[in-house]
Design a protein. Structure first.
Length: 325
């Protein structure tokens, strides 16, 4: 019997449109001979299933079921592709745990840790992983320009501590820009991270593991003429993405080994993607970890899967079936 899969998209952050595009990508990738697929859109209190006839059916939140053609239907598995809250920070994972519905991503704890960039970086720093110097600023707290310049230096990045797709991120080059950048980031998150600039080559590497295999994908090099890898670079083509990355083989192997190690240190699940900066001396510096990476046809993970000579349909089947084997 075919399993019924919910591709859960939407969310309550600025990344909602990106998430919906990822859902369409996943719908196109997944094995329709093996699974009954439904896209579930979540936005605030609106939880709806997109039906084949173009209509929508509300989700019954007591058991995550829905009605189609007068028949109540339940899901066997949830593939979470919400970028941001509540699908990337552990909230939705806790709900599915209570419903006893298996899902694609890391668990509540790992999702919460990785979504909080500052906490995640400080935790992994204790394992000897290199990260940029940073300051955490919570809503209501203030910092003067001089302290930022003295502790972090210029240029620096001011970004939401919880968020993605480069919403609310500013590359600050002068002290006069600091307070405006903090305000901008606070519009996306209640916590702001002020992070030292690292000059180097930006790369990203995907990974997934099941009970029977460990797969680290080819590395992608990110080249943009923009100030940084911002929203336009990510989604409007203002970037060159080179897979495999133009790295020395020993450096590439160290990146792959580190990616696999971080996956295990955190106890990740499903597909993750880790962003790094390679600085002078071939030093590998962690930027951030994405536990619900983009899955549009042009996103990094599908690119890396193709470069590895794999079929994205088989990879997604691995992720789903791992929960039932």
């Amino acid at each position: 019997m075919k399993r019924t899969i919910a591709i859960v998209a939407g969310g309550d952050s600025s990344e909602l449109p990106v998430s919906l595009r990822s859902a369409q990508g996943l719908f196109s990738f997944m094995d329709k001979e093996k699974y009954n697929l439904y896209i579930v859109e979540m936005e605030g209190h609106r939880w709806e299933v997109n039906l084949e006839n173009g209509q929508k059916s509300p989700i019954e939140r007591n058991d995550f079921s829905f009605v189609e053609n007068g028949t109540k239907k339940s899901f066997d598995f949830a593939y979470i592709t919400i970028h941001g809250t509540p699908g990337e920070n552990g909230l939705l994972q806790g709900y599915f745990d209570m419903m006893n519905i298996p899902y694609s991503t890391c668990n509540v704890l790992v999702s919460a840790i990785t979504f909080n960039k500052f906490s995640c970086n400080q935790y992994l720093k204790s394992f000897g992983i290199k990260v940029s110097e940073s300051i955490l600023l919570r809503k209501g707290q203030k910092i003067n320009d001089e302290d930022v310049v003295n502790k972090i230096g210029l240029p620096c990045f001011i970004k939401p501590n919880a968020g993605g797709s480069s919403f609310g991120v500013t590359k600050v080059k002068s002290a006069e820009q600091i307070q405006k950048a903090i305000e901008n980031a606070m519009n996306e998150s209640d916590e702001v991270m002020i992070e030292a600039f690292m000059k180097g080559t930006e790369i990203t590497c995907g990974c997934y593991k099941t009970k029977n295999k460990s797969v680290v994908f080819p590395i992608t090099e990110v080249v943009t003429s923009n100030e940084f890898f911002d929203y336009d670079a990510k989604y409007n083509g203002q970037v060159q993405e080179i897979t495999p990355a133009r790295l020395k083989e020993d450096t590439a192997e160290r990146v792959r080994t580190l990616t696999s190690a971080i996956y295990d240190i955190l106890g990740c699940n499903g597909i993750i993607r880790i962003d790094y900066i390679i600085t002078e001396g071939e030093k590998i510096n962690l930027l951030e970890i994405n536990t619900t990476p983009g899955m549009t046809t042009t996103s990094f993970i599908p690119q890396q899967v193709r470069a590895a000579g794999l079929d994205i349909k088989d990879v997604l089947t691995d992720i789903i079936e791992n929960k039932f084997n």
